[in-house]
Design a protein around this ligand. Structure first.
Ligand code: SAH
Length: 448
């Protein structure tokens, strides 16, 4: 076991899924923030356990050519980004490696390379922000410090468009001038919890959603006239969340101005987006990812395509013109309403949407005698549940296209599908979150 506060010399060889560096000292894995593979350090041990430890860089002894000066002044404190200390070449390399290593170690593959759709730009790409609000002499908004609920103030977040930060500033001016109270997690008192902003990358429409511990805000008209000065402002919604805990949005939404949703164009289609509906945050990279998924699916006009975890129907509808019929399944009712409306607004008549748990709905569709030639799945980080795996085995589609935001659960599910008669055909990583440690991927499994 390593000794707390002692300094050890070590070289970082790898990264964790959260983007921390990993070094091995005396058989112990040591996790080190802000590290770069290949660098040599003096490391101070901050926490020591039997098989692992957490350390901090005390001194850089050998510097990597990939180390750069951070552009973001709060990067070290803010829990939003992980990689401002390295160049993008190293970031995209480590993301591709992670997907490859997961598929090899957990998925039982033997891949030598992993192509990645690297992002052309790391700045201003995020079309959604959720700022927690806190109080210290005055109310302010920012992002949580990693692993805490301490809000780090950030004047200008570099991965957001400027308009998004303008919304945050306008809301905070309104809050401070009108003495609107700020929610306090420990007492459960106070009104404003989060400022949620979504901006259409193509439409430039802006949806502002205030998450409140209550059902109204004082002087809403005053806030609306401030927001109207921001280019693209379209709608203001109040999200009611009176529950304790970490969930940001509640289930009740009250529209205070405008239609309560925005529109955007993706893959040549027009989409309506409500606050509760999922929509990829990086528009350019999402389009590239979806095009790759469509290509891998090799759909024909005779095919029925089942899209599980379909959100507002982005992938479902983008595949509709190539298929005979497309069916989407999604658990959030608001997203399903959006998906149905999105089919209509694009004149798509061969799409159907169901609200429910992906696995249970798929089992029910299969029991009804529906056949699926191609199934697309795009689950949240926890991956597929047992029902979904079972439904896939029963449908026995020609192809399964798996879009994933967590390579570890993807690889676990690939192994399960291989046991059910599938082989991995294509695998591609995609960077939808430059400067952050998350990585997307899309793989295709074909029936043996
Ligand atoms: N394919 C869509 C959405 C992907 S995100 C797109 O690319 O835009 C994952 C989606 O799965 C979210 O919309 C989420 O609400 C939904 N979801 C989460 N758990 C689910 C479940 N058990 N059954 C069905 N959908 C689920």
């Amino acid at each position: 076991m390593l000794t707390k506060n002692q300094i050890y010399e070590a070289v970082v060889t790898d990264y964790t899924s959260e983007g921390q560096g990993v070094a091995h000292i005396e058989g112990c894995a040591v996790f080190i923030p802000n590290a770069i593979a290949g660098e040599k350090y003096n490391i101070r041990i901050e926490l020591a356990r039997k098989t692992w430890a957490a350390g901090k860089i005390a001194e850089v002894l050998e510097k990597s050519p990939h180390r750069v000066n951070r552009e973001c002044p709060v990067a070290k404190l803010c829990g939003g980004c992980d990689f401002w200390h390295m160049d993008y070449e190293e970031e995209s390399r480590l993301k591709a490696e992670r997907v490859k290593n997961c598929l090899n170690r957990i998925g039982g593959e033997n891949l030598e390379n992993m192509p990645i759709l690297a992002a052309p730009d790391c700045h201003g790409y995020r079309n959604k922000a959720q700022y927690p609000v806190a109080f210290k002499r005055k109310a302010y908004a920012g992002f949580f410090r990693a692993g805490t609920h301490q809000v780090v103030e950030n004047e200008r977040c570099l991965i957001l468009p400027a308009e998004t930060d303008m919304v945050k500033d306008a809301v905070m001016d309104y809050v401070n001038q009108n003495k609107v109270s700020v929610y306090d997690e420990t007492t459960g008192k106070g009104l404003l919890r989060h400022i949620y902003v979504r901006r259409g990358a193509v439409s430039r429409q802006i949806l502002v959603c205030l998450v409140c511990n209550g059902r109204s805000i004082p002087k809403a008209h005053e806030l609306v006239s401030r927001l109207k000065k921001i280019p693209g402002f379209t709608t203001l919604v109040l999200a009611v969340n009176q529950k304790k805990g970490n969930a940001i949005l509640g289930d009740e939404f009250i529209t205070l101005h405008g239609p309560g949703y925005i529109e955007d164009t993706l893959c040549g289609l027009n989409f309506r987006l409500s606050p509760r509906s999922f929509y990829q945050v990086n528009h350019h990279q999402a389009q590239r990812l979806y095009h790759a998924a469509i290509e891998q699916a090799e759909i024909t006009k005779n095919d029925t395509v089942l899209d599980l975890y379909c959100g507002v129907g982005t992938i479902t509808l983008a595949m509709a013109s190539a298929a005979g019929k497309v069916i989407g399944v999604e658990v959030i009712p608001q997203a399903v309403e959006d998906a149905k409306d999105n089919a209509k607004r694009n004149g798509i008549e061969n799409a159907e949407f169901f609200c429910g748990d992906a696995g249970q709905a798929a089992l029910a569709l299969e029991a009804k005698g529906i056949k699926a030639d191609v199934v697309v799945v795009d689950p949240p980080r926890k991956g597929l549940n047992a029902d979904t795996i079972e439904a896939l085995a029963r449908f026995a589609p020609r192809r399964i296209v798996y879009v994933s935001c967590d390579p570890a659960t993807l690889a676990r599910d690939v192994a399960l599908l291989k046991e059910r008669g599938y082989v991995l055909k294509n695998a591609l990583a995609a960077d939808l979150f430059p400067r952050c440690s998350h990585v997307e991927s899309v793989v295709t499994l074909i029936k043996k």
